[in-house]
Design a protein around this ligand. Sequence first.
Ligand code: ATP
Ligand code: MG
Length: 484
Amino acid sequence: MIKSSILLVEDDLQVAESLKQILSSYFDVEISTSAEQAYQILQDKDFSIILSDLKLPGISGLELLKKIRGIGLTTPFVMITAFGDIPTAVEATKLGATDFLRKGDLDPKELINKLLNLLEDSDFEFVCGSEKTKNLLAISRRVAKTDSTVLILGESGVGKEVLARYIHKVSPRASRPFVAVNMAAIPDTLVEAELFGYEKGAFTGAERRKPGKFEIASGGTLLLDEIGDMPLHLQPKVLRVIQEKKVERIGQSSSAPIKIDVRIISTTNKNIEKMVKDGTFREDLFYRLSVVPLKIPPLRERKEDIPPLVNYFISKLSRKYEVNISIEDKALKKIKEYDWPGNVRELQNVVERAFILSWSGTKYVTITSDAIVTSADEINLQTAGHNQEANDNQNSITPENKRTDFTKAIPEEQQELKSCIQTLSIDNLNIKNMEKIFIIKALERTGGNKSKAAQLLGITVRTLRNKLKELKLEDKNSHLPSSE
Ligand SMILES: Nc1ncnc2c1ncn2[C@@H]1O[C@H](COP(=O)(O)OP(=O)(O)OP(=O)(O)O)[C@@H](O)[C@H]1O
Ligand SMILES: [Mg+2]
């Protein structure tokens, strides 16, 4: 069995070793005793999960989280906090921590289950129902057997990255790394270092050797995501690396280039052929990257995919929250009739939001058509004269960053809730994090009184108790912070 890998950041070696022992039957655990060391390790190696103590000797777990999210690393990050650190843990979830655990609560079996669940969440499937998509997958499976370059085209949110992962998963390279580099997310000046790596001293700030993504992906697949954003001056260099199958780190003596063996998949939502005509993308690189071009049609042109996708998103939510979710026929009809300009991503967001709006903490939930609020509803609202000023772009669900007014599903009489949602500014919209934040806020506001907090939250005390347990928020000594 190939085990998933965990980077455990813990300065207390005794604690670290005992955690490693607990986890080692399921995971390969590497220990780092400081955040600085962990950051260095993460430059060279990918892990399935990072499990980090909050309090560390040098920079804290929180700062480590900030740093790694800052360089675009999306590895699930679980923060281990000591007693009394709840506000910091909440801060951590806002910064992109996937979850947090209380030190005293580390029951081995639960810990393992939690981590396995996390991995399952980062798992994926390419769901399909239409003939168009089935054919696309059949071609993809044939292509996967070869080493040809693949260029995946399609509008934003159609599933280009999911298809790239699918090709990797069904290819002979599946047990080797899948490495993605998003050209649009890295500043132009850093793309070269990111792709090719560098030697110590290659430029100011290059304090130690760093391998590039071509090297890290060795034996596996390298996804050049959003290639339309690759800086023009870098394109001949990338072409050379692909042609010669050799890479030189920046500052490396040219006598010893590194041999690489990677399958390249690229994606773009731009009109790349037009870019070639306009001279903003090199023709030779375009041909090299697009030996097999695959176009994913927009969701509106393959509506038979909608029901299985909705079922897939619902069953994921059901598993995650251990609730039984069903959807009204009228709601599904509304979903099928809509055009989905933000494609599958928009569909996923709308289904998740519909679930949030419909769930009151009980075991059974039915999603009604009122809870299905799309960007078209927002446009209608705006024409009706409603003020829909966006307060940030983080929550956008369509490529044009149009905001959906999901508050529309809230009854008129609950104006207070409406204005509260409209002013809410939380970066990490993961539902579990939101639940934690809401529960903590309610407990803070009621000085830790569970009956009052449950009343505020609109759930029974028993549900609140279960949730506290499930979300690992239960404080054995009832010392939840009483201030905001
Ligand atoms: N066929 C599918 N089955 C399951 N999930 C899908 C499918 N297609 C897309 N998704 C989901 O939709 C979201 C968007 O997919 P993805 O990131 O692959 O789109 P994209 O085409 O790369 O978008 P962008 O151009 O904005 O980068 C993801 O959350 C993904 O899991
Ligand atoms: Mg993408």
